[in-house]
Structure formats: structure tokens, C-alpha cells
Design a protein around this ligand. Sequence first.
Ligand code: AMP
Ligand code: GLY
Length: 424
Amino acid sequence: MNILLLGSGGREHAFAWKLTQSPLCKKLYVATGNAGTAQIAENLPIKPTDFESLANFCKEKNIQMLVVGNEEPLVAGIWDFFKKRKDLEHIHLIAPSQAGAMLEGSKDFAKQLMFEHQIPTASYHTFGANEFEKALQYIYNHSLPIVLKADGLAAGKGVLICPTYSQAEKTLKEMLLDKKFGKASEKIVIEQFLEGIELSVFVLTDGKNYKILPEAKDYKRIGENDTGLNTGGMGAVSPVPFADKDFMQKVEQKIIVPTLQALQQRNINYVGFLFIGLMKVGNEPYVIEFNCRMGDPETQVVFPRIENDLVELLLATATQKLNEIQLKIKPQTAVTTIVVSQGYPENYETGKEILNLEKIEHALIFHAGTKQENGKLLTNGGRVLALTALADTLPQAIAFSQQAAEKVSFSNKYFRRDIGKDLL
Ligand code: AMP
Ligand code: GLY
């Protein structure tokens, strides 16, 4: 079948890599893709939120499956747009509805749903733009540190952990009064700080059945030993040793099952990936956030461990037959190291020539911010490449991934050298 994939990051190159391994995939298109997806699929200059153009393209090229990688089209309602069009209803959509995508699109919505269904999460309160004084009072009556979150999508920048009251007050003012994140911070969630270790859990659901995919640990901070600014993710590891059977059973019973039930009870259509960002506090899981998509860079370690044909898996998802699928997971460990442009996640330069990829052994090369221009491979974003190694042991996977990151060459390259080492 002809498949259209939306997105342009390392996650989407990993999707494209896995989709094109399937004999069921006749032709793959990616909107907009990167230089990596261009090697195995056809990139399109259509924005993932330009639904009208995507719909026209799907009809023109007889697209039979649409896979959405990034959150923006989901939160903007791509499922609803396609579903209400008779001429598009035959397309298998791997995308939750707009109401389902609210789990990521509105932190207030996600928190309300969790509290209604007793899903463990940090205590919180939501405040609107005209509630500055009330919010301030709430902060000063709260223990430190305190967490302030923009309600809407803020490209991963909308969460601030404030260690002092004065910082919390300043952040509150920036978010609520100065609208630092625009519409996204018209409402804010103020919540309790959870102390623990983080874990990313992925669920694929057809609306009735679900499969738990391999879990992963993401390394979010720019600096080694988890220091400095938050990024989209600087590396990832799967499996995660502390996510043992016992703990994962708790995650399933206390979080996954009630969340999917809550969606069903509200008649919210949810077909696709659900990404649960968790904090393991003691031996208990707490939800930090929901995302309505796979993680980036987690996908770059999760997908290489899945043996199943991804198109088959997604077809079963779209036709509510996930119960007929048996997941086959490789026991090996996958480690990915993200190579970024110096300055990321703040200002960085692009257009630098990338060399030496042909010298990489023992690692998969997933492109993120790259483009091909005049026969040259150039940097085109903060996160440039994800180098994933799969090996029998964690130390070996770390070593292969790091060696690959070392070999890549472009000016002002940076990567963390400690990915996975905390788990040894
Ligand atoms: P989010 O964008 O919701 O993933 O938040 C970004 C990061 O902030 C998370 O990955 C956590 O490291 C941290 N974080 C968010 N909420 C909390 C919380 N309630 N307690 C502690 N850390 C948090
Ligand atoms: N790696 C975190 C995310 O994809 O949101």
C-alpha cells in the first residue's frame, strides 16, 4: 500500500526506516521529512498541518494509510478532518482524534481526567489569565520546588521547575500576564514537584485493545549528569533496568488501563500511540505527562527492538485487530546518542556540512535536522542525527553509539558522553 507519514525529525526517520522494511509498503511519502527519509522515501513540501493539501495528495496518489509522527497535526484535529470527508474515509488513520490529542494539547484536561479516574499524578491547580493573585497565593502556600506548566503546546519549553518563591513569581508573571508562550500559557497548571527517576512508556491502541511497546529512558538535559537546559532529548536507552516486571504491572494496572477506559467512557476516539511520561517515586509510578504520539528520541531505540512488521502492526491498529497480534521484542539493548549543533536548545547555526557518515559501523544512522543541498549533506536543525546501536549488553551498546557519535563530523558538533552510563 501507499503510505503517507507526517513529521520531519529523527523519530520520523525511524518510522520511515521501519515502515519501508515491510513488504506491505509499496511506496512511502513523508511530509516534510529530512535528508534521511529522502534516501528511503519521497519527501513532500507539504506542511503536516495543511490538511487540505494533504487530503488532495492522498487522493491523487491513492494513499491507503496515514501515519502521524508529530503532535501538531493531531492537536489541530487531522483525524476529525479526514473522518468527516467521505472521499477520505477509506484511509487507515494512525492518529487519535482531536479530543484524544487533548491529553497532550491541554495539561489541564489531562490532569482533570487523571483526577477523575484516580490515576496517580502530582497534585495541582489550574489558573486562568485573570487569576494571577489567586495563583500567587497558591504558590506561596505551596512547598518548594514548585512546577509551573503552560497548559497548551509549547514545543517542550512550557515546563518550569522553580526552586524559589521569587523565581516562581517571576515565571508566573511571564506565563500568565506576559503570555510568554502565547495562547499556550493563557491557562497554567501549577503542580507538586515529584522526586524520582523518569521513564517513557509507550502504548499502541486500536481503541479497544492495546499493546505495551518497549519502554525507554530519555536524557532531556543538554549537559552531562543531567545539568543545564531542557532539550527535546539528547539520547535514549531501551530497555530500562529499573522498569522491572513488577513495576510495569503497576503501570499497566494503575495508569494504562484506567486511562484507556477513561477515553472510552468519554467516547473519545483514540487510535494510535499513547506516550506516558512517568516518574518512579519510590516504587510507584506517577504520570508527569501524556503525549499523543511516540517520543523523539525514544522511537529511535524502541523501534529497532520491535521485530514485528510495522505496517502489519499499524494495519491491525486501524482495523481494531491488535488482539490478533503478538508482539516480538528483541532482548538486546538499544542506545541512541543525539548529535546536536552547538548552542542548542537556544541559538545555533545551520548549513554546516556533515561528513564521515560512511565511516560509522555498528550503529543505525537516523537523521533529524539534516538536508541535502547541491550534493552535500548539511545540518538543518538543533538535533542533527541520532546514532542508535543495538547490542547484547548495555556497555556494548553505549560504546557503539558513542563511537558513532565521535566519528560524525561537522563544525560545532556536540553530544553527551554519558548516555546510559547511569544505568550501568
Ligand atoms: P514535560 O514537558 O511535561 O515532559 O516536562 C518536562 C520535564 O519537566 C519532565 O520531563 C520532567 O523532568 C520535569 N517535570 C515535569 N513535571 C514535573 C513534576 N511534577 N515533578 C518533577 N519534575 C517534573
Ligand atoms: N523525548 C520526549 C518527547 O518526545 O516528548
